[in-house]
Design a protein around this ligand. Structure first.
Ligand code: T4K
Length: 373
């Protein structure tokens, strides 16, 4: 057991920094061409490369995941209520809010922390215009159940798949479900463009519509300036993404190995539960969320987070507080959300990134063990 204090911080995550020379070759092209943004050649290459890598037909790139989500909703021209989860990033709510839609929060399932199709169906009213489920921590929602409910009620589905790069469900890319699906390429994500995001859609007309909304440009004499907004990805972000693609398989493998290491060590500590992934899922091991049961663990989430912080171990309480509990949103609260409330009080994301050492994982888990009875 490693008991000594560590001097260096163990961050929640560390972005993979690709070899400089690989990025430099793209920078050279950009410097030579002088084309920095507005649908340049590397942007086009990156879209194609991503479609091939992920196994989807159409992708529209954005400056970040929040804007991608905002534009996915915008593209569907929705009006009314949108049923979503309170257990998510505030970004999910922001996209709803900026589209002047009303969020209706429903409770989550305690096993996968996602919203269940039965809950979605029970919350439908004549004002419901769409579902916005989130595949939290990259664990798939019940996509088939949600599709069945959505089809029966003629309701559009946009998935917040911010955590889902390279996740596959029954062999199908998870980001290919729903009418639209949205990825984030933020620096803290499995796959990064420094900042970035994407909307995945199923047909060319929808892609062209989304693309036209996110660029300040006159196209075929039609002006998109009024209902659109500048939200596109630039050439340097796209170049960074191209380089990351060369390494992503190995990076996910390293995350998988670290996750297994954690699983073995955490299973010995009472009251600590890792969120299980489904057998039918190829995971990307994006986060390392644990749920701490205070009765069984003899300590609680906040005590663990503080004690780890004192040792330089950086954690995050994703997602606490619940979006529905944020003071500015009190007018939206629609129902009791007991499972989401409890999970948000007990969840803690532990450090996980490619290259985290076995020694660090042992230090982290030993530090938690010391707190539990
Ligand atoms: N939907 C969902 C479900 C989401 O979770 C998110 C974003 C979105 C939509 C929107 O996507 P984006 O618009 O972000 O593309 C982070 C991220 O900013 C955010 O992307 C993410 N979700 C959210 C869950 O977490 P913070 O404020 O917790 O990250 P920060 O800066 O505290 O960093 C966490 C750790 O990573 C620290 O230990 C430091 C380390 N780090 C971070 C950065 C940015 C680095 O080592 N290098 C870095 O460059 O928000």
């Amino acid at each position: 057991m490693i008991l000594k204090e560590k001097k260096d911080e163990i961050l929640l995550t560390r972005p993979f920094m690709p070899p400089r020379e690989e990025f430099d070759s793209y920078l050279r092209r950009i410097w030579e061409s002088g084309k920095l943004t507005n649908d340049g050649p590397i942007h086009a290459e990156f879209e194609e490369a991503l479609c091939r890598h992920l196994g989807v037909r159409y992708i529209s790139l954005f400056a970040n995941g929040t804007l991608a989500l905002l534009f996915a909703l915008k593209a569907l021209d929705l009006k009314g209520d949108i049923i979503t989860t309170p257990f998510t990033s505030i970004a999910t709510f922001q996209a709803i809010h900026w589209n002047r839609l009303n969020p209706v929060f429903v409770d989550i399932d305690p096993t996968d922390l996602n919203i269940h199709p039965d809950r979605l169906e029970a919350a439908i009213t004549p004002d419901t215009c769409a579902f916005l489920p989130v595949h939290v921590f990259g664990n798939p929602c019940d996509v088939n159940g949600i599709r069945e409910v959505a089809t029966r009620h003629h309701i559009r589905t946009v998935y917040d798949a911010a955590h889902c790069f390279d996740v596959r469900f029954n062999g199908i890319p998870l980001c290919d479900f729903g009418d639209l699906s949205v990825l984030s390429f933020h620096a803290t994500k499995v796959f990064s463009c420094v900042e970035g995001g994407a909307v995945v859609c199923h047909d060319r007309a929808t892609k062209e519509h989304i693309d036209a909304l996110r660029i300040l440009k006159l196209k075929d004499g039609i002006d998109n300036l009024c209902c659109g907004l500048n939200a596109k990805m630039n050439e340097i972000q796209a170049a960074y993404g191209m380089v990351q693609l060369n390494h992503i398989d190995r990076l996910i493998k390293q995350r998988e190995e670290a996750t297994h290491e954690y699983r073995g060590l955490l299973s010995e500590i009472p009251g600590i539960r890792m969120v299980r992934s489904r057998n039918d899922t190829e995971c990307n091991y994006t986060y390392l969320p644990v749920i701490i049961d205070p009765e069984k663990a003899g300590t609680n989430r906040d005590e663990v987070a503080s004690a780890l912080a004192e040792k330089g171990i950086i954690t995050r309480k994703y997602f606490y507080p619940l979006v529905s509990n944020m003071p500015e949103l009190s007018t939206y609260k629609t129902a009791d959300l007991p499972v989401a409330e409890e999970i948000s009080e007990r969840i803690l994301c532990l450090p996980l990134y490619p290259g985290i050492t076995r020694r660090d994982i042992t230090f982290i888990t030993d530090s938690i063990r010391q707190l539990s009875r």
